[in-house]
Design a protein around this ligand. Structure first.
Ligand SMILES: *[C@@H]1O[C@H](CO)[C@@H](O)[C@H](O)[C@H]1NC(C)=O
Ligand SMILES: *[C@@H]1O[C@H](CO)[C@@H](O)[C@H](O)[C@H]1NC(C)=O
Ligand SMILES: *[C@@H]1O[C@H](CO)[C@@H](O)[C@H](O)[C@H]1NC(C)=O
Ligand SMILES: *[C@@H]1O[C@H](CO)[C@@H](O)[C@H](O)[C@H]1NC(C)=O
Length: 404
């Protein structure tokens, strides 16, 4: 890890308490990963030891894979493999709480792990497991425009979350196993574009940040659906965070010079990312540098700075600049993300006495199952060491620690 980063972190830590400094390892990415592993988080099992096919495990595994590729430390690879083996039988059946007939996009986020292990080991069971999710997508219910429903039990609803859950896998599967399937590439392109168009805040809304509402109901029948496009009422930080991560991760999957069938997708993703990145930056709180839980109601009583969405934005925007997806000629995006990162490291990271990292301020859930309004979002409790936030902080740290 570069010396300057350690120096910068040491300086920021010193400003809080010099006793904490010695407890903090030089790489926060390593520290976050080791702490999750030590607590047994994201290993394919739930807290009672039962097999659990969980998107947040998929999110952690994505971070562990990047950390493995950076450090070469086999510990991280082995943990990913163990996590997958806990939810895939030797014959390739995905088990535990997974039911194809639920048609939920959430479990599909573990699919990139299967594809990664397939590429590493060539083992048939991972192909079988990935094919199960691909079969689910083939039969997945859709709106009349073609957007996947978030789940069978939410008819006609597209949620931003679902883009990260379903389409990172869909893109990786197509890239690895069906690279010339033009209708699959066109479908992925459609998923992103429909979600963007149907949830974009339009400029006539008071205080519009030009960002994306949490979701929409194409049938406009659910309680929160707006009259025009059926969108939900608020911009929720984590939903937008998932969407931003999906943009950069899928751009990485298709690579810098994709073949013809993937070029329209690349063009769309770059366009959406270049539209949203400056707006995400502009929506950060001016003093702290991080983001409100309900981005569409900055400063309102009971709203607060939320850690998972903030970490997702830092990961996405730093990666967007590093890969050249978004230009940052005056350095203002990187400067803003550094400020946000340092706030996170100083305020949401806790050094536990056993040497592990604790992580605070991640909201437990945000669902469009109910009213989907401001009071709903602020009424959900936050969790300590919530993996959705901790894994995002691992990802943000990986990016922060490559800055020069
Ligand atoms: C790999 O990471 C684990 C967990 O941090 C650590 O205990 C181990 O020493 C590392 N191994 C190497 C070879 O660096
Ligand atoms: C796969 O293995 C599991 C566990 O041994 C078993 O219950 C299941 O029936 C098998 N499925 C198939 C399709 O062979
Ligand atoms: C290509 O993708 C489309 C859209 O997902 C799918 O319907 C079709 O079965 C795929 N083709 C093959 C050969 O699997
Ligand atoms: C913008 O939003 C308003 C209020 O929901 C709606 O009436 C109008 O049609 C929208 N304009 C566009 C261009 O979507």
């Amino acid at each position: 890890m570069p010396r300057f980063t350690l120096f910068a972190l040491t300086l920021t830590c010193l400003s809080i308490s010099s006793t904490l400094v010695s407890a903090r390892p030089s790489s926060y990415a390593v520290w976050a990963a080791d702490s999750a592993i030590k607590r047994g988080q994201g290993n394919g099992l739930d807290s009672s030891g039962k097999a659990s096919v969980s998107y947040e495990h998929g999110e952690l595994q994505w971070g562990l894979r990047l950390l493995f590729e950076r450090t070469g430390n086999q510990t991280y690879y082995n943990y990913i493999q163990k996590g997958a083996e806990n939810i895939v039988f030797p014959n390739g059946t995905v088990h535990g709480n997974y039911k194809l007939s639920d048609f939920s996009l959430d479990p599909v986020r573990t699919g990139p792990t299967f594809l990664y292990l397939l590429s590493k080991t060539g083992e048939t069971k991972y192909r079988t497991a990935a094919d199960t999710f691909r079969t689910q997508l083939n039969g997945h219910p859709r709106t009349a425009q073609g957007q996947f429903w978030h789940k069978l039990r939410y008819p006609n609803q597209g949620w931003l979350d679902g883009i990260y859950m379903g389409d990172v896998f869909y893109a990786q599967y197509t890239k690895d196993l069906q690279p010339t399937n033009a209708s699959a590439w066109a479908d992925i392109n459609n998923q992103f574009n429909l979600m963007f168009q149907n949830t974009l805040q339009n400029s006539t809304v008071p205080n519009s940040a030009g960002l994306l509402y949490h979701g929409y109901d194409f049938s406009k029948t659910t309680v929160w659906a707006s009259a025009d496009r059926g969108h939900s009422p608020e911009v929720w930080d984590r939903a937008l965070g998932w969407f931003m991560m999906a943009l950069v991760d899928v751009l990485d999957i298709i690579g810098p010079t994709p073949p013809a069938a993937q070029q329209q997708l690349q063009t769309s993703l770059l366009q959406i990312l270049r539209t949203l990145a400056p707006r995400v930056k502009a929506a950060a709180d001016k003093d702290s540098g991080v983001w409100w839980l309900v981005i569409s109601q900055p400063g309102r009583s009971e709203n607060y700075f939320e850690s998972s969405g903030s970490a997702m934005f830092v990961y996405s925007l730093l990666k967007a600049v590093r890969r050249g997806y978004v230009s940052d000629s005056d350095g203002s995006i990187v400067a803003a993300m550094k400020k946000a990162y340092e706030y996170m490291a100083n305020n949401w990271v806790v050094a536990n006495s056993d040497g592990t990292m604790g992580w605070t301020n991640t909201v437990q859930v945000g669902s469009l199952d109910g009213a989907g309004d401001f009071n709903y979002y602020v009424g959900v409790p936050t969790d300590l060491n919530d993996l959705k936030g901790l894994a995002a902080f691992l990802l943000a740290s990986l990016e922060y620690e490559t800055l020069s």
